[in-house]
Design a protein around this ligand. Structure first.
Ligand SMILES: [Zn+2]
Ligand SMILES: [Zn+2]
Length: 346
């Protein structure tokens, strides 16, 4: 949904041939600002849903063929079955892996037997993954519906299944994120195009010489843990009228692998460093409290690569962040802080 820009934008040009009901209307009151905040949250969630939509796992199409049976049910079934080769009774073994199961049926007399297992998913390029389809489906829903590992484990333990470990969840989620990463750049491009279009609708165009468009943004974040001691966070620049996330920065001053190596007092050789660097989670060496400002500087510093200038800052964060942007002074015009809008967003 695209709603009317706030009062920060000038009125749109007079209606042309398009019917006025199709034209976005600028709001004359400031009452739209709280809506902006809701919109931004909704859009962040929707962007992820959209990104996740067409990647693995595919939508379940054989929904009528999926059922849950207990081991006792299968036992009773096999009690009345016999081996096709020698007519001897059958025995079975079940191995479970969270939401996936493997059923091994063998003859009690001859070598005859068979294995039933949950499908293994493949990557977008068709490569085998050894990841079980049911688990991928479950973790996909957990990521997509914002319930995370703990939410998923609450659901599956209610159903009587073994819970999923953090490591396994991460492995499956990474598989999904890889698929998401392939779609992300194209989707962001589309969204940024939409922001340009939105401003154009109100008669605001990019600078003809530089090609840069000045926009009003808010700066939002989600941290792994609350407070300023979190080692990991994601910072977002959100265009306030469309609620579209124009850029984001994942920032972390901690890497588990580096930390483990340090704890075990293993040497950090140049060879090891080169090998580990692409996988290292640490991309900032300062203290946690300064990560928000650092991420802001990175985002403001590269905005022109997106043909944008974030010249109005609707700040709900601490003033250190705004101060850091001012010190960075990324453009030849100052970045203004829109305090009034920030108060309303809060
Ligand atoms: Zn047999
Ligand atoms: Zn590391």
């Amino acid at each position: 949904m695209q709603h009317a820009p706030s009062s920060r934008l000038p009125p749109p040009p007079p209606p042309s041939t398009v019917s006025t009901s199709d034209q976005p209307q600028p709001s004359t009151s400031t009452a739209t600002a709280p809506e902006t905040s809701v919109e931004a949250t909704r859009t962040a969630y929707d962007v992820r849903r959209e990104l996740m939509k067409n990647i693995n796992p595919p939508v379940v199409t054989d929904i009528d063929t999926r059922h849950i049976f207990t081991v006792n049910d299968i036992g009773r079934l096999l009690d009345i079955a016999a081996c096709r080769e020698c007519y001897a009774p059958l025995t079975f073994d079940v191995q479970t892996d969270c939401l996936s199961s493997k059923l091994i049926v063998t003859c009690t007399d001859c070598e005859n037997g068979t294995v039933f297992r949950n499908n293994e998913v493949r990557t977008n390029t068709g490569k085998k993954t050894r990841l079980q389809e049911n688990n991928v489906q479950g973790i996909y829903e957990a990521v997509n519906n914002n319930i995370g590992l703990s939410g998923l484990n609450r659901v599956i333990s209610t159903l009587g299944f073994n819970s999923i470990s953090k490591g396994k969840f991460t492995r499956y989620a990474n598989f999904l994120y890889e698929g998401m990463g392939i779609k992300y750049p194209a989707m962001m491009q589309e969204g940024i195009k939409g922001v340009f279009q939105h401003y154009e609708n109100f008669g605001i165009f990019s600078d003809p010489t530089t090609g840069l468009l000045d926009i009003t943004v808010s700066y939002n974040r989600t941290w792994m843990t609350r407070g300023h001691s979190s080692h990991k966070g994601v910072e977002f620049v959100v265009e306030v009228d469309t609620g579209f996330i124009v850029d984001r920065e994942v920032i972390s001053n901690f890497c588990q692998v580096c930390s483990n190596r340090d704890k075990k007092q293993l040497p950090i050789t140049p060879e090891w460093k080169i090998k580990h660097e692409p996988f290292c989670n640490k991309n900032f060496t300062g203290i946690s409290a300064s990560m928000e400002a650092e991420a802001a500087c990175r985002l403001w510093g590269r905005s022109t690569q997106l043909r944008l200038r974030y010249t109005t800052f609707v700040g709900d964060g601490d003033s250190n962040t705004y101060l850091a942007i001012q010190q960075l002074n990324p453009y030849d015009v100052p970045v203004q802080k829109d305090v009034a809008a920030a108060t309303m967003v809060l």
